[in-house]
Design a protein around this ligand. Structure first.
Ligand SMILES: Nc1ncnc2c1ncn2[C@@H]1O[C@H](COP(=O)(O)OP(=O)(O)OP(=O)(O)O)[C@@H](O)[C@H]1O
Ligand SMILES: O=C(O)c1ccc[n+]([C@@H]2O[C@H](COP(=O)([O-])O)[C@@H](O)[C@H]2O)c1
Length: 217
């Protein structure tokens, strides 16, 4: 069965910490493209920048690499954007197996996700390092992880769903939160931070639309 790689996110704004570790895994996984899937209403976050801006920034981000595309399905589904429901719809739409990418911080909070125990019925989870030397999940999910994790990427093709890969991705120490602060700041160090982590077209978009000028968004 064909495999589809998807990274869901709020993307407020999108940054290289989203795309670089995920792109670095595509060859190992054996997929040629990565769908960036912006959520409509984030389940666990207050997001004041509207979905159109976030989608436009994700589209601009996709011009950075021909393997990137926007997966817009979640925007057409009822809010909030519960991943288990989205994955169910994605599978019905494409009939592919799905590798759903998340950062380690998302894994550590996964028990708070809507019907989280059903997630692996619809996808494989590919977890990217976010910080720290090694993965350190909360004890409450260790048994679940042990039952499902594998280091063998060929399993992603052999099984339709149900694997968890803790991927040894290079660290990209950045978050959208820091970048929103950097936009709001006037310091040159913060301007450098933006240039380092945000694609130039996304920086131009943020400037043009005066996003993140105050920290309430
Ligand atoms: N620097 C990074 N390295 C690895 N994974 C990341 C990184 N930044 C975000 N991710 C992962 O990408 C997904 C989407 O992230 P999201 O859009 O919430 O970005 P964020 O930087 O965590 O945002 P915020 O700071 O606003 O919470 C999440 O699963 C998150 O864990
Ligand atoms: O389904 C849930 O309850 C759920 C809770 C938190 C996050 N998610 C999804 O996880 C992805 C990353 O979320 P975030 O908040 O880090 O941008 C994004 O696709 C969200 O829709 C999903």
């Amino acid at each position: 069965m064909a495999l589809r790689a998807i990274l869901g996110g709020t993307f407020n704004p999108p940054h290289y910490g989203h795309i670089k570790p995920a792109l670095s895994l595509l060859d190992s996984i054996g997929v040629s493209a990565l769908g960036l899937m912006p959520c409509k209403i984030a389940p666990h976050k207050q997001v004041s920048v509207n979905e159109n801006h976030r989608v436009n920034m994700v589209e601009l981000c996709c011009t950075e690499d021909p393997r990137l595309y926007v997966e817009s399905l979640e925007l057409s589904l009822p809010s909030p954007s519960y991943t288990v429901r989205t994955l169910e719809c994605l599978q019905q739409k494409h009939q592919d197996s799905i590798c759903f990418f998340i950062g380690a911080d998302s894994l550590y909070n996964i028990e708070s996700w809507f019907e989280w125990e059903r997630l692996l019925d619809y996808c494989h989870l590919v977890v990217m390092r976010r910080d720290g030397e090694r993965f350190s999940p909360p004890s409450s999910i260790v048994a679940w992880l042990d039952a499902n994790k594998t280091d063998d990427y060929s399993q992603l093709h052999e099984k339709q769903h149900g694997c968890v890969i803790l991927a040894d991705t290079p660290l990209h120490p950045v978050s959208s939160t820091e970048l929103r602060s950097a936009v709001a700041s006037t310091s040159s160090a913060q301007a450098d931070l933006l240039k380092k982590w945000v694609p130039p077209k996304v920086i131009d978009y943020i400037d043009t639309h005066q996003l993140y000028q105050d920290l309430s968004n």
